[in-house]
Design a protein around this ligand. Structure first.
Ligand SMILES: NC(=O)c1ccc[n+]([C@@H]2O[C@H](COP(=O)([O-])OP(=O)(O)OC[C@H]3O[C@@H](n4cnc5c(N)ncnc54)[C@H](OP(=O)(O)O)[C@@H]3O)[C@@H](O)[C@H]2O)c1
Length: 385
């Protein structure tokens, strides 16, 4: 039985991870579960999966969780506790499914003691990619991608030599506003942005999919995971979300991974790698799908994708600032403080106003730059009102 720690178990990826675990109880055992504030679901999950420990980030919910669970389950709260369970000695696989930059420290904590990490938390790689690479070199820790596009690339690249790869091609559904004229972007409401045509995900990634920032973050994630230069990572819009990504090899052959859009598949592959599990979920029927279409992304209509490429190319603190500004603007949009079309404007302005120097050498430097960028973004948001 593989012993798992699930960071962010109450989220969309966390819940689907536990669905896979439920389908294969003889294969997996849950050691620890974590949430930020959804204590009721955390308690429900703990009653079902009997972990040794749970972490509720926000201390105000600690007494409720403690009271609801039997004494055998250890209950902790706070960020340090997240890092502690992420490096739990018995854990064999840590599922990193916290949303946003908040996942960086626990993910680093797991990697720095050599754990294998099933990584959904792309923001950790975007902001801490170089640091994560250094830590992995030191400890030999492995990352198994959970993001469907990166899982597709990982599956296709298996057994091939890195030097034979000429291009990585990431597919993108295009989000709910693919066909919406740009002039209407100022009227888009959070409710509209939260209706993704293909995937049911957490709120932040759903808005990122609508601006195409999600694809931009995935381009940086692909660069960090597979070491391919940005000029050889492409994005293609594929509204049906059946082809999850492709690799072109130097002989001109292009290989793809296809399946129905269902996150349980890439999650299960990361959980059981290198084995493939006999998953009990619906299968792809190509004659029912009928048509697969592809088109080039519109960088002018979706400037977040362009900014992410540029930040990735520049490296250093650029991805940290891009991500911090994005997290702040998405939160501001969801709370009704700014318009949808303000999102790229605030991010661009934050990047313009930030005084960049040097490269992030440590976690503390990343956290400091993240904090400064968030303050700048909030200031810009205030000026816009
Ligand atoms: N959803 C998908 O299909 C999908 C696909 C590919 C990649 N991803 C990536 O996977 C990650 C998770 O996405 P999601 O859609 O599952 O997000 P989500 O539904 O919003 O869930 C986020 C999880 O993280 C916890 N959390 C939130 N803020 C936290 C903090 N500051 N510290 C510690 N824990 C915190 C949440 O706890 P509470 O429930 O208590 O708030 C929840 O368990 C993201 O990086 C996303 O880009 C998601």
């Amino acid at each position: 039985m593989k012993k798992l720690v699930v960071l962010g178990s109450t989220g969309s990826v966390g819940r689907q991870t536990l669905e896979v675990v439920s389908a294969f109880p003889e294969k997996f055992r849950v050691l620890a579960l974590t949430a930020a504030s959804n204590w009721k679901l955390l308690v429900e999950q703990a009653r079902k999966f009997h972990p040794q420990a749970v972490v509720i980030l926000k201390s105000e919910y600690y007494p409720l969780v403690r009271e609801a669970l039997p004494k055998e389950v250890e209950v902790f709260s706070g960020e340090e506790a997240l890092c502690e369970v992420a490096s739990w000695p018995e854990a064999e696989l840590v599922v990193s499914a916290i949303v946003g930059m908040a996942g960086l420290r626990p993910t680093l904590s797991a990697l720095s003691v050599g754990k294998t990490v099933a990584l959904a938390n792309k923001e950790a790689l975007v902001v801490g990619g170089d640091l994560i690479r250094r830590v992995r070199l030191k400890t030999g820790a492995r990352i198994l991608p959970v993001d469907s596009e990166h899982s597709a690339l990982f599956q296709v690249l298996k057994g091939h030599r890195r030097r034979e790869v000429s291009r990585l091609i990431l597919t993108a559904s295009g989000g709910p506003f693919l066909r919406t004229p740009k002039e209407r972007f100022s009227e888009i409401t959070p409710e509209e942005a939260l209706k993704h045509p293909r995937w049911h995900m957490g709120a932040k990634i759903t808005v990122d999919s609508a601006t195409l920032m999600n694809k931009g973050l995935e381009v940086i994630e692909a660069h960090q995971l597979f070491g391919v230069p940005y000029r050889r990572i492409e994005v293609v819009i594929h509204p049906e979300s059946i082809v999850h990504s492709l690799v072109e090899f130097r002989d001109g052959s292009t290989l793809a991974q296809m399946s129905l859009p269902d996150m349980r598949l890439p999650i299960a592959y990361a959980l059981s790698y290198p084995e493939r599990l006999p998953l009990p979920y619906p299968r792809l029927n190509l004659s029912e799908v009928g048509r697969l279409t592809f088109e080039a992304p519109d960088f002018e209509k979706f400037p977040c994708l362009r900014m992410a490429y540029e930040a990735g190319e520049k490296g250093g603190f650029f991805p940290v600032v891009l991500n911090a500004a994005n997290e702040e603007t998405v939160a501001a949009f969801l709370s009704g403080s700014i318009r949808f079309d303000h999102i790229p404007q605030v991010i661009e302005e934050t990047l313009n106003r930030f005084s960049f120097s040097g490269k992030p050498g440590s976690l503390e430097e990343i956290l400091r730059a993240d904090d400064q960028a968030r303050r700048k973004a909030r200031q810009i948001i205030k000026e816009m009102k």
